[in-house]
Design a protein around this ligand. Structure first.
Ligand code: IPE
Ligand code: IPE
Ligand code: MG
Length: 233
């Protein structure tokens, strides 16, 4: 058995699903939230401790104003609606990404959800919102350089472990498995540093259509992989 501690998901294909079924991309985003609920439950059932979901990238601001506004509204609604249920299910929620560009109302809902669920430990849900791997590393290096400038850290002590402590994900183990839905076989700036040795799983299923069975299929596929980490088994 390969240990499976952390699954990270690039939830892709909402827009295409929405256009196909209801003629609007935003309806696909809304439908995608149902999958989120299901997958959190499956993660708990399968005793996987960490789940990280890519909700909005630093590049997604390049979409139309109406799509971006729709998504931001959906994030606010989701937090307002789900806070109590997430708490009850033992989910500890944290956000990664740059909060500075997000509106105050959303940020305060995010802060509140983090605080409200901070005592939970059943499953650790991390939501990547206004997240980009390059942006994360850049912000980390900025903070690290500041520590050096202030004389609190020597450049000689900077190793991979030190740098990792400045990343948004400092509280997370590296993902074991990355799932991307919708048929695209790319990373799109997700967890660039952290996925060094993650197993990648790509499926054509669009995120709103991604079912429990598809999730289990990904877990089964992961168990067939031989992880080597550079060694010879
Ligand atoms: C993923 O679905 C959700 C976000 C990026 C917010 P998309 O909106 O990228 O859906 P497609 O890829 O256009 O179908
Ligand atoms: C990645 O999907 C971002 C999220 C799922 C939040 P995109 O749809 O933005 O990625 P590209 O543009 O197809 O690479
Ligand atoms: Mg997409």
């Amino acid at each position: 058995m390969n240990p499976l501690n952390h699954i990270a998901i690039i939830m892709d294909g909402n827009g295409r699903w929405g256009l196909k079924h209801k003629n609007s991309r935003n309806s696909g985003h809304k439908a995608g939230l149902n999958t989120v609920e299901k997958i959190i439950k499956e993660t708990i059932k399968n005793k996987i401790k960490f789940l990280t979901l890519y909700a909005f990238s630093t590049e997604n601001w390049k979409r139309t104003q109406s799509e971006v506004a729709g998504l931001m509204k959906l994030f606010r609604r989701y937090i307002e609606r789900e806070t109590k249920a997430l708490f009850k299910d033992g989910v500890r929620v944290r956000f990664i990404g740059d909060r500075q560009k997000l509106d105050d109302k959303l940020v305060s809902l995010m802060d509140n959800l983090e605080l409200y669920t901070s005592g939970n430990d059943k499953v650790h849900l991390t939501i990547a919102l206004n997240y980009g791997g390059r942006d994360e590393v850049t912000r980390a290096v900025q903070r690290l350089a500041f520590e050096v400038e202030q004389g609190r850290l020597s450049h000689k002590d900077v190793d991979a472990e030190t740098l990792a402590k400045f990343l948004d994900t400092r509280f997370l183990p590296d993902p074991d498995l990355v799932i991307r839905t919708s048929g695209e076989a790319r990373i799109s700036n997700f967890l660039l540093w952290q996925i060094a040795y993650a197993e990648m799983y790509f499926t054509d299923v669009l995120w709103p259509d991604f079912k429990k069975e598809d999730f289990i299929e990904a877990l089964d596929d992961y168990q067939k992989r031989e992880r080597r980490f550079g060694k010879i088994n």
